[in-house]
Design a protein around this ligand. Structure first.
Ligand code: 5AD
Ligand code: FES
Length: 333
């Protein structure tokens, strides 16, 4: 199955009668290669300020209807410490592309947080090789940068003043520097084809990704895509299941966007190939403002409520919570 052809992938994506088979096969592959443990990554959304104008994203700088915030480095370190005390072994530091956090500022934050004996994942966008190297040198372990779509024309339409080639350059630099690299795509962007989703899946395999996040596009009223339809939960789940079947032992999150479109979305994803959940550990006051898309879950909860909620749901389906840092197998020794 790991050598599914492009044609076969397209056929599976189009054929709704194969869905149940696909989801159970992905669940079996998940169990065989990464077991029943679910890795929890504590997510700190530390700034919603962004210089980019991605057409689908509510944080785009042209959205003047959003109250912006920046969490100070001191507070980030405090929240990180609290998350570690709660049991998190990995923290994901995510933000818009906000130049306030210069190379030096980011490095100081990473260095301090590394004192808590925790793995650090960054999700802070496109940077230079030198920036990526500096973060790695002070202890960053992983980096998330979705390609969003491998359809070059669609990519450039969705990302004014950005280039597909630079996105590829970033992913390549991150690999070269020895990060665990996470990428992924949006499912249901206006103009996206099933064929291009098949290409996305094959691209993830080709670059040897360590983590893949897949989520449905959700239309945001304060963006140029406000009149577009949302992506499909089932199609996003199918793309994710195929990724599990082809890439086998990588880490795959049950994404928040899936739960936004389906009230049990993350658990369904965990039973269709996913083995990671990223509960929000940002304090409640900021959550509603990190509005990438509308209807985001957990905006009224606090970090310990989310931890308790997701732990209970995971245990209820017979899975366990991992107590280690949850590196991709090839990075373990
Ligand atoms: N709907 C769903 N996902 C979105 N993202 C950004 N905007 C949206 C949206 N409107 C995703 C992108 C990005 C990740 C952090 O959030 O894929 O990489
Ligand atoms: Fe936040 Fe369930 S994970 S309330």
């Amino acid at each position: 199955m790991e050598n599914l052809s492009r044609e076969k992938i397209i056929e599976i994506l189009k054929d709704e009668s194969q869905n149940d088979w696909l989801f159970s096969l992905a669940d079996e592959v998940r169990k065989k290669y990464v077991g029943d443990e679910v890795h929890l990554r504590g997510l700190i959304e530390f700034s919603n300020i962004c210089k980019r104008t991605c057409k689908y994203c509510g944080l785009r700088c042209e959205n003047k209807n959003l109250e912006r915030y920046r969490i100070s480095p001191e507070d980030m370190i405090l929240y990180a410490q609290k998350a570690v005390e709660m049991g998190y072994k990995t923290l994901v530091l995510q933000s818009g592309e906000d130049e306030f956090y210069s190379r030096d500022v980011m490095c100081k934050i990473i260095e301090q947080i590394k004192n808590f004996d925790v793995a650090i994942t960054l999700g802070i966008g496109e940077k230079s090789y030198e920036d990526y190297k500096a973060y790695k040198d002070v202890g960053a372990d992983r980096f998330l940068l979705r390609i969003e779509t491998t359809d070059r024309n669609l990519y450039e339409k969705m990302h004014p003043n950005m280039s597909f080639d630079n996105r590829l350059r970033c992913l390549k630099d991150l690999k070269t520097l020895g990060y665990e690299v996470g990428t992924g795509c949006l499912v249901g962007l206006p103009g996206q084809t099933v064929e291009s989703l098949a290409d996305d899946i094959l691209f993830f395999k080709e670059i040897g990704a360590d983590m893949i996040g897949v989520g449905p596009f959700i239309s945001h009223p304060q963006t140029p895509l406000k009149d577009s339809d949302n992506g499909s939960f089932i199609l996003a789940l199918k793309v994710m299941a195929l990724v599990r079947i082809l890439l086998k032992d990588i880490n795959i999150p049950a994404t928040t966007a899936m739960e936004t479109l389906n009230p049990n979305g993350r658990i369904i994803a965990l039973q269709s190939g996913a083995n990671v959940v990223m509960p929000n550990v940002t304090t409640t006051e900021y959550r509603a403002k990190y509005e990438i898309y509308p209807g985001k879950i957990c905006i009224n909860e606090n970090p310990s409520q989310c931890r308790g909620c997701i732990e209970a749901k995971i245990k209820a389906i017979g899975r366990t919570i991992s107590t280690d840092k949850g590196f991709h197998k090839k990075f373990q020794d």
